[in-house]
Design a protein around this ligand. Structure first.
Ligand SMILES: [Zn+2]
Length: 509
């Protein structure tokens, strides 16, 4: 039985305009999902939309739609985002799915059985955009939400509470048991501090809200939207593939990926809820930073949104995937600039990778009638560098230092470029006595590029497959084991392909 790998993105708030932040989360999760598929693991990649929010009701009414119609329209935009960024998602959950609603109700019963659910009165400041209560100390002056920069509401009501305060010790013990449980370290420490500072019990239901999941034992109340949303990671497995028990196969999540603004929900509240429901905790949480533009978070609320779609339309999705993975160190904030994007596109993707393929294929065409020579042996140093790139890739993905893995892979690409210049096949071709050297060089270039394409496949899947096809290899076989030196198909016939990453001037013309 292959190892299983269950990876999730947060479910996206259905009213949001899909922006570069959503694209980034989905793309990074997809890189990891694809890499583990390459290892031959049994991967399940989950994403979806969070739809039970009072804002959905309000905005639907303003638009003259039912909340469900409104949610349908908006959920489609997030499905489309996943498709456009090339995400190999296995299931797209919507919290309005009937099966999810029923699943949340079953989970609520399990929580109640823990004895840590009680009825109480709550009064506090509530941000309807965050869908959470805030303490005075957490708000900006004038009772303004620090995320949305808008005044929050004073809410007083009776509802159901979860005794979160009783879970501090167990949560801290989980943190101590595995320092790599929440990554990176700065986020782990931040979450740990929240627990050490003392946890307040959590109101897990709302009164007078119709749009949501009914509390099974108290239908006047609906489940707090965050509890509803968090359990998507579990309920999805109950119905994603009818007739199959995916819970037994995949639970708990191997890796959950999210941005740092929802750290507390995922690294404090979520594991406590799972403990209460007697469900295993996720094995690892990866908290990434923001993709910034001009030093500000690109989100609708700060009015500084970067729309990824025009970049994808102009340069192709592989270019955006590559840029984000390379430029933004996973776990830290990074900056998106059009200039930086274009520079990496033309220098790295266009010159270093695209031209390399072009040169290798055309030289094999010209000097060896399009057939890659058999390995005459002797390029042990390059073979060692390929093996090192494979190791660095495995280690980088294991540590979730994907930018670093990509840098190491790129060193191989640059090494192959230098090899072309050093060995100058066009000179070797003039001297029949050096035919063996020419064979060696052409073989090594094709073999190194083939290995690089397999290693780069999670980041630039379409381009990597074109490289493999162009080198006469099976583009569908991207198993990491095939990146080993000499593992390619022998006697392959190359086929020229158009430019992988056309020059920007050509695109304009
Ligand atoms: Zn807010």
């Amino acid at each position: 039985m292959p190892e299983t790998f269950f990876i999730t993105t947060p479910i996206y708030y259905v009213n949001a305009e899909p922006h570069i932040g959503h694209a980034y989360t989905t793309i990074m999760a997809d890189l990891v999902a694809r890499h583990h598929r390459q290892r031959g693991e049994d991967v399940f990649f989950l994403t979806g939309t969070d739809e039970h929010s009072s804002n959905v009701v309000r905005l639907a009414a303003e638009a003259g739609r039912t909340p469900r119609e409104h949610a349908d329209l908006n959920a489609d935009r997030f499905r489309e985002l996943g498709r456009v960024v090339g995400a190999t998602t296995d299931f797209f959950i919507r919290t309005t799915d009937r099966e999810h609603v029923e699943g949340v109700q079953r989970v609520m019963e399990r929580l109640r059985e823990s004895g840590d659910i009680y009825r109480g009165a709550y009064a506090g400041w509530y941000c309807t955009s965050c869908e959470r209560f805030y303490l005075d100390s957490e708000l900006l002056e004038g009772h303004v939400c620090p995320i949305h920069n808008r005044p929050v509401d004073w809410v007083e009501e009776e509802n159901w509470f979860f005794r979160l305060s009783a879970y501090s010790d167990r949560l801290l013990a989980r943190y101590d048991e595995d320092p790599g449980w929440v990554l990176p370290a700065a986020r782990r420490n931040e979450a740990r501090r929240m627990i050490e500072d003392g946890l307040e019990d959590l109101s897990i239901s709302r009164a007078g809200v119709d749009w949501g999941v009914r509390v099974p034992w108290d239908p006047d109340q609906t489940v707090y939207v965050w509890v509803d949303a968090l359990f998507n990671y579990y309920t999805a497995l109950e119905y994603a593939r009818p007739g199959e028990d995916l819970v037994a196969r995949f639970w708990p999540p191997t890796l959950q990926v999210m941005a740092k603004d929802i750290l507390k929900f995922h690294a404090v509240i979520w594991p406590a809820l799972l403990m209460a429901a007697r469900l295993e905790l996720p094995r690892r949480l990866m908290i990434h930073g923001y993709v910034l533009k001009g030093g500000e978070k690109m989100s609708k609320t700060t009015g500084n949104v970067v729309d990824p779609f025009p970049f994808i339309a102009e340069y192709g999705i592989d270019a955006l995937r590559y840029y984000l993975a390379r430029e933004v160190r996973f776990g830290e904030d990074g900056t998106f600039t059009a200039e930086g994007f274009e520079a990496r596109y033309s220098q790295e993707l266009g010159n270093e990778l695209g031209n390399l393929l072009n040169r290798v294929v055309s030289m094999i065409g010209r000097y060896r009638d399009g057939v890659v020579p058999a390995d005459p042996g002797g390029d042990d140093e390059l073979a060692g560098e390929v093996a090192a790139a494979v190791e660095a890739t495995l280690a980088g993905y294991d540590r979730l230092d994907i930018s670093r893995a990509l840098e190491d892979q790129w060193r191989l690409v640059q090494r192959l470029n230098r090899l072309v210049e050093q060995r100058a096949p066009w000179t070797l071709a003039k001297d029949p006595a050096r035919a063996g050297e020419l064979d060696q060089t052409l073989f090594s270039l094709a073999e190194g590029l083939r290995a690089a394409a397999i290693l780069l496949w999670p980041v630039i899947p379409g381009s990597a497959e074109r490289i493999l096809s162009s080198l006469g290899q099976d583009a569908a076989d991207v198993a990491i084991a095939r990146a080993a030196w000499g593992a390619g198909r022998g006697g392959a016939r190359v086929a020229p392909t158009g430019p992988l990453f056309p020059r920007i001037e050509e695109k304009v013309a």
